[in-house]
Design a protein around this ligand. Structure first.
Ligand code: MEV
Length: 317
């Protein structure tokens, strides 16, 4: 039995603009998704389960594998199929069990993190010796099934961990100290693909907004290098204003941000696709604890997170 895990993520600056080739900053969070791969004695089938979602599939390998995966889980079929075609592996006597501690559809990279854990589990089980780049590429293939035209930032940060400056499939690691990020779920999940499509259709001033976001990303790198967290907070506020003008905020997101700002946060913004999902709040630890209590009283789920320096990793074997 092998247990593999990959971190979730938040986008600090640059979501959506990154889909159009502009830069963005992502940070891996210390909330993980897990894939356990183990042997069964079923010669003709692979087992695939996500117990928390009530999914338990017995994939008969003598039949078309594709048709046995519901549309919602097609990315796993695509990942298995691509690796099977390339490396000649077959999945009899294999059981996958998947689980995530991330809120799903909340802008925290749950699909990317589970995909990357899944690919790495297959890699280790069959001793394929895939490079980090190859694991990321299979993760991207799976992300395209889930999100249509993603930028690739989510699968990359979930593979490599830490913090990255990402643009058009190339990325640099940013060296950061450990600092707290309050992550709050707005109470509404989103479909990244439809948010991207709607945004692309409805806006004529996208490029103008993205150029402003690009400047925020550049100033963000500077602030991170200088460990200037107050400045980072102000940049969050600026980035949020642009995202809100693009119609990506919601009354709940606005309320979380107002409570954060009224209680000593350096700044706060939505993270990920928006139109629901999560908010990140930056500030001193004790202020974040207070904000978290206030948000919990209003019924919001939230968690104080830290950057996870590790990307995908083997937990046990
Ligand atoms: C990434 O978490 C959110 C979006 O930028 C989509 C993407 O980059 O694939 C909206």
């Amino acid at each position: 039995m092998i247990t593999v895990s990959a971190p979730g993520k938040c986008i600090l600056f640059g979501e959506h603009a990154v889909v159009y080739g502009y830069p963005a900053i992502a940070i891996a969070l210390n909330i993980r998704s897990y894939c356990i791969i183990e042997e069964t004695n079923n010669e003709n089938a692979a087992q695939f389960s996500i117990p928390d979602l009530g999914v338990d599939l017995n994939i008969n390998l003598t039949k078309e594998m594709n048709s046995q995966f519901p549309v919602k889980y097609q990315q796993f079929y695509q990942g298995m199929n691509a690796m099977s075609e390339k490396y000649g592996i077959t999945f009899e006597k294999v059981r996958f069990r998947l689980r995530s501690d991330l809120w799903i559809g909340a802008g925290l990279g749950s699909s990317a993190s589970i995909s990357i854990a899944f690919i790495q589990a297959i890699n280790k089980w069959f001793s394929l010796n895939l490079t980090a780049e190859e694991i990321n590429a299979y993760g991207f293939l799976m992300e395209k099934i889930v999100h249509g035209t993603p930028s690739g930032i989510d699968n990359t940060i979930c593979s490599v961990g830490g913090a990255i400056l990402f643009q058009k499939n190339s990325w640099n690691k940013l060296t950061l100290p450990k600092f707290p990020i309050l992550v709050t779920y707005s109470g509404k999940s989103h479909q990244t693909e439809s948010v991207i499509v709607t945004l692309g259709k409805n806006q004529d001033n996208l490029e103008k907004s993205f150029k402003k976001i690009k400047k925020i990303v550049e100033e963000g790198v500077h602030a991170l290098n200088g460990r200037d967290f107050e400045q980072l907070g102000e940049l969050c506020t600026k980035n949020q204003e642009i995202l809100a003008k693009l119609g990506l905020s919601t009354p709940n997101i606005d309320q979380i941000i107002t409570i954060s700002k009224n209680n000593g946060a350096y700044g706060a913004k939505l993270t990920g696709a928006g139109a629901g999902g999560s908010v990140i709040t930056l500030g001193k630890q004790k202020n974040l604890q207070k904000i978290q209590r206030l948000l919990q009283k209003k019924g919001y789920l939230s968690k104080i997170c830290y950057m996870d320096f590790n990307g995908v990793k083997i937990n046990s074997r």
